[in-house]
Design a protein around this ligand. Structure first.
Ligand SMILES: [Fe+2]
Ligand SMILES: [Fe+2]
Length: 325
């Protein structure tokens, strides 16, 4: 039986288990020797691993690909403040190993079909006829891929159904914000949530297990903001959405990353666009905090987390004082 613990291993742990390959490269080190730099994972998350001194005729290691299941023997070490699995042996799993693919697929906690139904349900209750038809139409056109697509190649929501999970929690939080600030247009905000990352489906390349290993050519060159505006222009025309409404939505998509260095050429110019950005960043960050805190013991700091600007996450210990008294 495989242990599900890729995200939770600690320095000093000896590992002998199966993992799925999520990113693999042969690199050349300072001494001109080649080494394997590989990200492996299971249903709990990912782990970076290295195997030093890969010889030119090591065809097993050199032919590893994303999605391969491998058996690894190695030790977890800490290197530059990051956990790293030092591989002693690695081989592809065979039919005799009898691995269960469910052990390797990281998935969102809710069923994709249910998340999809929840989100289209929100769209169906929109009072604005144009936004309703547009939102439902775009959701339905992308349904097949939405049911498994991740929201990222790594960092946040890089999992089966991750894009829907991201959209759902943003929509849930957005609805509550609209109760606190009734001047916000709920339909516009929810339409923005449903559409803002839709072109991630064409920006990143994913297999049906929700493992995204790469960006598409368009994704590299344009990104999901510009691609999103372009697709919305077409969809808006097809559904006969008035120019002003379409422009508002296009601006929301274009500005949702807020800063030029994150891909937004414009900052939000109206309140719903501002809220969309903060819903987006809040959901992405809280996803990471939750995931990292799960790997920590109370009173412990994490390693530096790249996607949180290299902050170290602290898991508070609310019972600490009670125990010492
Ligand atoms: Fe985005
Ligand atoms: Fe997003």
């Amino acid at each position: 039986m495989k242990t599900i613990y890729a995200a939770n291993v600690r320095p000093g742990d000896d590992i002998q288990d199966f993992f799925i390959v999520k990113g693999v490269q042969i690199k050349t080190g300072k001494t001109d020797k080649e080494y394997l730099d590989i990200t492996v994972g299971d249903a709990s998350g990912d782990l970076n691993a290295k195997k030093w001194d890969v010889s030119p005729d090591d065809s097993e290691v050199r032919s590893l690909q994303n999605g391969d299941v491998v058996k690894i023997r190695g030790t977890v070490v800490e290197f530059n403040g990051q956990k790293q699995l030092r591989i002693q042996r690695i081989r592809r799993a065979t039919a005799q190993d009898g691995v269960d693919m469910n052990d390797f697929v990281k998935a969102s906690p809710e069923k994709p079909e249910e998340m999809y139904a929840y989100l289209t349900g929100l769209a169906e209750r929109m009072a604005d006829d144009d936004l309703r038809r547009l939102s439902i139409g775009v959701m339905e056109a992308h349904k097949e891929k939405l049911l498994y697509w991740p929201a990222a190649t790594r960092n946040h929501h890089a999992e089966l159904g991750g894009l829907l999970w991201h959209m759902k929690r943003m929509a849930m939080a957005g609805e509550r914000i609209c109760e606190v600030y009734p001047f916000l247009n709920r339909d516009l905000l929810i339409a923005g949530v449903l559409l803002h990352d839709m072109e991630k489906i064409n920006e990143i390349v994913s297999n049906t297990e929700g493992i995204a290993s790469d960006y598409s050519r368009e994704g590299q060159l344009l990104g999901h903001l510009v691609m999103g505006v372009r697709e919305l222009e077409k969809a808006g025309e097809a559904y006969g959405v008035p120019r002003e409404k379409l422009l508002l939505l296009e601006h929301m998509i274009l500005s949702h990353h807020y800063e030029p260095e994150y891909g937004s050429p414009k900052k939000p110019a109206f309140a719903e666009a501002e809220v969309l950005h903060y819903l987006d960043i809040l959901d992405a960050r809280l996803y990471i905090f939750e995931e990292v805190e799960e790997t920590l013991r109370p009173g412990e700091f994490s390693e530096k987390i790249f996607s949180l600007d290299n902050r170290r996450v602290y898991r508070g210990d609310l019972n600490a004082d009670a125990e010492t008294e």
